[in-house]
Structures are given as C-alpha cells and as structure tokens.
Design a protein around this ligand. Structure first.
Ligand code: AMP
Ligand code: MG
Length: 405
C-alpha cells in the first residue's frame, strides 16, 4: 500500500495545468495567471499631487511663518484629468487637485488646510520641504518589473493591477471541468424521505461545494444506485470532463462496483488504497486526459481526501502555484492516546491564543461522522505508530476553510 506522500506525488505527477486562454478582466477572478504580468510602463505615469492644495516652489516659502506670511499670486486651478501644462514661476502658485499633474515650475504642494486665501492671493504661514505632497513619476512601479508571477490566483488586488496596465483580456489557464457521481442504492435525494435502511445523500453536494470553492466548472453531478448498467452510463458521462469524482463503491463489498467497472471502461488504475485514515480505499486513475478520483462514500473520508488529494490536484490543473494551505505548528490542548499503524489526519478544532495556535482533536473520529464536518476547522497530522502525544505536544495542522461557531 502506498504512503500518503507516495500517493500525493503520483497525483501531482499526473496533473498538468489546463491550456492557456484569454478571459475578459471582469471574468478573471478565481482563475490563475498563465503568464508573468510585467509592468509595460512605470507608475505613477507623471508627477502629480497627493493632496488637494497649492502647487508652489518650496524656496518661495522658506521664510514663511504665522507672523510673516508669504503671499503668492494664484494663477488658476488644475483639476484631475487636466493636462497640467500651465507654467508657473517663483512668486506664483496654482491650485491643484489630488491626482492632477504637477505643473512645470512647481516642485511642492501645500495642503489646502494650511493656507489662507484672499482674492487672487494665497497666504502661506509655514515653510515646507521640497517635493512634499508630490507623487513622483515611477516611484511606485518601474517599467519592466514583474508585478504578478504566473500561477498566481487572481483576486481583487490582482484585478486592480491588471486593470491599471490595460489588461482587458487576461492570460489565464482554462478552468478544469469537473463531474461528480455519487453511488449507492441506499441513498435518497435531499427532498426524499428515506425508507427503512436508506439515508439521505450528502457527498455530491458537499463535494460540489468544495469544487466551487476553487472556482472550477461543475459540469454534472448525479446520484445513481449500485446497478452496473446505470453506473456505466453515469461514469461514461463523467469521463468526458477533466476530473471525475466518484463517491462510494470503492471498497471490497459485493456491491462495490465502481472500481472494477471503471477499469473495465478503460480507466488506468494509478493507485488504489493508501496507508491513511480516514479514507484508505482512495482510488486514483486516468483515461486519456481525464483524471478519476474514487472517494470512499463515508462523508468524513470523502471530505478529508478532497482536502489532501483533490483540492491540490484541482489547483494544479488550474495552473496555480500554491496548491494548498500551509500546515502550521500548534500545541495540543488534549492528549492523543489512540494511535494507528497508518497516518491519521484527525479532525480538530484550531484556535489562536496570544498569538499561538492551539488545537484539540475531536473526540469522535468515525469516518462516517457527519458532526465532525461542522465541528472541525483543521486536520491534525498524527504519524503512523506515533507514541501517545501528551497535552502540550507540538503537532502539524492543516487549517481548513470552515467556520465552526
Ligand atoms: P461505500 O464507500 O459505498 O461503501 O459507502 C460507505 C458508507 O458511506 C456507507 O455507510 C454509505 O451509506 C455511506 N455513503 C456512501 N455514499 C454516500 C453519500 N453520497 N452520501 C452520504 N453517505 C454515503
Ligand atoms: Mg456504497
């Protein structure tokens, strides 16, 4: 059986970013850049005022004080958007708006709050350092600087930069298309009333939600009973997408048809079963360009396996460089006494106290536990054959994006 690390390495080896495409700026959030964004010009583009005030020559004001105000002649007003070509000289000033170009002849701007005004003269009552309140050409960004490296997820900050530099079309990777098939004859849909022996299905909606967190495109989600002909049909449809997530039927039960059927349908098995809890029977395969994850049906197994295997794979397909949340070091608030002969990612509660992370494993770690889904916001890594970990031990923890009241 493969270790967690070996299995993850195999997954990453088989995942290649989707094609490079262009998308309109307004539709680019949540996608990853396929090229470095290099500043085509410097910023600011021209010297301009940082405040609403008066453009002056600082030397004119060197002796200004409350008792000895300096009087300068006001020539006019430069609004934001004006070309700012009006020349001014010593003894003169120009009213200027925030963002308006500094006129030739001026080197400094005095804030409007600091002047007194009388007809066509402006009175200055304090000296000012040269270049004060001026935003200099090129001070923020130099032409040619790598602003955003390829592989970065586009969010509002990246959109501001792309927009500033005129990227109406943004170079990104195509989003992977995902399909989800939940299998199980005991499963009824959310509106259904379970009869004896049945339960309501939850994995396909949970997995769809996780896929949506990564902005990937959901093509189809379906629920099918453990009947080979029906399974084959659903799998065939799912195999038309970039990633097929199959839930349930991956273990060794008599009705666990998923794995043998997938193989019969031409899916190459890259691995099946890992030394990991929860979710030992994880299946990973491919057919052509389609990747197939077979997730055991127990909800907590599906959930944790998605976090550790599927989410980073989706990110790599998207062309992202950061594939997962970095693990953090935390102190155990409670001991971990039960250890296993396989790596265990325990669901737990992570919190911050005085700038340090503390974590508590949930008491109930069943792979079928639904309560653990809403009560955990972290996964605690407990090594195979780990000794008992007393309270106060340091552990590695993967924070999860999950709010726990
Ligand atoms: P399986 O992996 O198909 O053997 O299922 C393992 C356990 O998970 C069984 O108790 C199933 O009833 C349950 N289960 C399987 N699929 C789902 C699902 N989609 N939603 C909720 N529970 C499920
Ligand atoms: Mg089943």
């Amino acid at each position: 059986m493969l270790s967690y690390e070996e299995a993850r390495a195999l997954v990453f080896e088989h995942v290649k970013p989707r094609e490079k495409v262009k998308r309109p700026l307004t539709e680019s959030q949540g996608l990853a850049l396929s090229e470095n964004i290099i500043a085509p010009h410097g910023l600011p583009v021209f010297d301009n005022s940082a405040v609403d005030g008066y453009a002056v020559q600082a030397t004119d004001l060197s002796r200004a004080s409350k008792d000895n105000p300096v009087r300068l002649k006001k020539l006019g007003y430069i609004a934001a958007g004006d070309t700012g070509e009006e020349q001014m000289n010593s003894g003169q000033c120009l009213q200027i708006a925030t963002g308006a170009p500094l006129p030739p002849g001026a080197d400094t701007v005095v804030m409007k709050e600091d002047i007194e005004f009388n007809e066509s003269f402006v009175y200055f009552t304090q000296a000012i350092l040269k270049t004060q309140n001026v935003r200099n050409k090129g001070e923020d960004i130099q032409k040619g600087r790598i602003m955003i490296p390829a592989g970065t997820l586009i969010g509002p900050a990246q959109i501001a930069v792309l927009s500033t530099f005129g990227y109406a079309q943004v170079p990104v990777h195509r989003l992977p298309k995902i399909s989800i098939v939940s299998t199980g004859s005991e499963l009824v849909d959310v509106e259904g009333k379970p009869q004896a022996g049945q339960i309501r299905e939850s994995n396909r909606f949970m997995l769809a939600g996780m896929v949506r967190q990564e902005s990937c495109e959901l093509v189809k989600i379906s629920l099918v009973p453990d009947i080979p002909e029906i399974l084959i049909q659903a799998f065939e449809e799912a195999l038309q997408t970039d990633v097929a997530l199959i839930s349930g039927g991956m273990s060794v039960g008599d009705k666990d048809f998923a794995r043998p059927l997938l193989k019969k349908m031409g899916v190459e098995e890259i691995f099946w079963k890992i030394k990991f809890k929860p979710g030992k029977p994880l299946f990973f395969g491919r057919r052509g360009k389609t990747l197939v994850f077979g997730l055991p049906g127990n909800p907590a197994s599906s959930y944790v396996l998605f976090e550790e295997f599927v989410r980073p794979a989706l990110r790599k397909l998207m062309g992202r460089k950061i594939l997962e949340e970095t693990m953090v070091k935390a102190t155990l608030d409670e001991p971990i006494t039960e250890t296993l002969n396989r790596l265990h990612f325990m669901r737990g509660q992570l919190r911050e106290k005085n700038g340090k992370f503390r974590v508590r494993p949930l008491a109930f770690q069943g792979s079928h536990s639904i309560s653990s889904l809403v009560e955990s916001n972290a996964l605690i890594r407990v090594e195979a054959d780990s000794p008992v970990l007393p309270e106060g031990s340091q552990v590695l923890v993967r924070p999860l994006r999950n709010e726990i009241g």
